[in-house]
Design a binder for this molecule. Structure first.
Ligand code: UDP
Length: 322
């Protein structure tokens, strides 16, 4: 099978590359390396079944040719990370909305029969106060002048694009809402919490908790996430649906800091920072976020196999160079 992975040099994309290369597929990666890195895919670059294009879908002339021969598309390319979003919101719009539109246009133009996963995010649930976030829930988002939310708005636009092309052109689109994916190759510099805590605990620097640390998240190991996406993209029943993807164990950021510190056997102090200091502006954080995974399970039978402790230990070993 021919697989196109946009953002394939990035964190989740590169794990999908590994998975499909292992299955013996032909994999094409399209990545502009804005947040992705060649080091994530360099172990495949000499393989005859692997092709890498360094390009942005916003303005890439070869896109039509490339999409015409693919069987599966994972559209993972996106500008991510709260810090990035606050610093360059216009890049986020180009990288997230324009790119998706060009991809869908190119697929529609060649009457593609490929199955397409569009990566959206749990951010679109916004200030939902349900205990579990379900795909049928209303979305609770703030006014558009809150730049922190720019990413969520672009992901919603991607979802609408996906549905429009599904209904109007019959593209076999599946929207996935990814919940806090963690694991190897996730960069601390975009502000995500677990790589930050691992780096801090490993170096003995203070572990920085933003706000009061009572906010909760549900973390899923990227190896589980990619297996779930791989299974989902093959399910016809998933076309035209939104599907939450992640793990449903909820943990507070305070507990996460303690867990990392303890598993790293670290002497790092735990330091609280207000959001103003952390992000250069004040914002209302999401208080809790936990996915309802009923639909994912119904469609794929998949559940997460790796615990948060497994992921933390794995990342600590990588950080020690083992
Ligand atoms: N966070 C933190 N310390 C850090 C980085 C993040 O306390 O060094 C907090 C952040 O404010 C948020 C949570 O951890 O409440 C998860 O942050 P992340 O950016 O990883 O994901 P998201 O907010 O998108 O769920």
């Amino acid at each position: 099978m021919n697989i196109l992975i946009t953002g394939g040099a990035g964190f989740i994309g590169s794990h999908l590359v590994d998975l499909h290369m292992e299955k013996g597929d032909r994999v094409i990666v399209l990545d502009n390396l804005s947040t992705g890195s060649l080091s994530n895919i360099e172990h495949h670059t000499d393989h005859p079944d692997f092709t890498f294009y360094e390009a942005s879908m916003e303005d890439w002339a070869e896109l039509d040719d490339v999409v015409s021969a693919v069987d599966l598309v994972y559209h993972m390319a996106a500008v991510v990370g709260v810090k990035h979003v606050l610093e360059s919101p216009t890049n986020v719009i180009g990288g997230n909305i324009t790119a998706t539109e060009h991809l869908m246009e190119a697929l529609a133009k060649c009457n593609s029969t490929a199955s397409v996963i569009i990566a959206s995010s749990s951010e679109v649930y916004g200030f939902n106060e349900e205990m579990l976030f379900s795909e049928t829930d209303d979305l609770v988002l703030p006014s558009t002048d809150r730049l922190r939310w720019c990413y969520a708005f672009t992901k919603l636009a991607d979802e609408i694009l996906g549905f429009s092309y599904y209904h109007q052109y019959g593209l076999k689109t599946i929207i996935v809402r990814l919940f806090n994916t963690v694991g190897a190759r996730q960069r601390a510099r975009y502000g995500m919490v677990l790589p930050h805590f691992i780096a801090q605990a490993s170096s003995g620097d203070p572990i920085t908790i933003y706000g009061d640390g009572k906010q909760t998240r549900s973390f899923c190991d990227v190896r589980d996430t990619s297996r779930m996406l791989y299974t989902l993209i093959q399910k016809e029943r998933a076309y035209g649906q939104i599907v939450n993807v992640g793990a449903d164990r909820e943990i507070s950021i305070n507990e996460l800091a303690q867990l990392v510190k303890q598993r790293a056997n670290s002497n790092s102090e735990i330091k609280y920072m207000d959001y103003e200091e952390a992000y250069g502006m004040n914002f209302r954080d999401i208080v809790h976020r936990r996915p309802d995974l009923g639909r994912l399970h119904d469609l794929t039978g998949c559940t997460s196999e790796l615990s948060l402790e497994d992921t933390i230990d794995f990342l600590l070993n990588i950080s020690k160079g083992q």
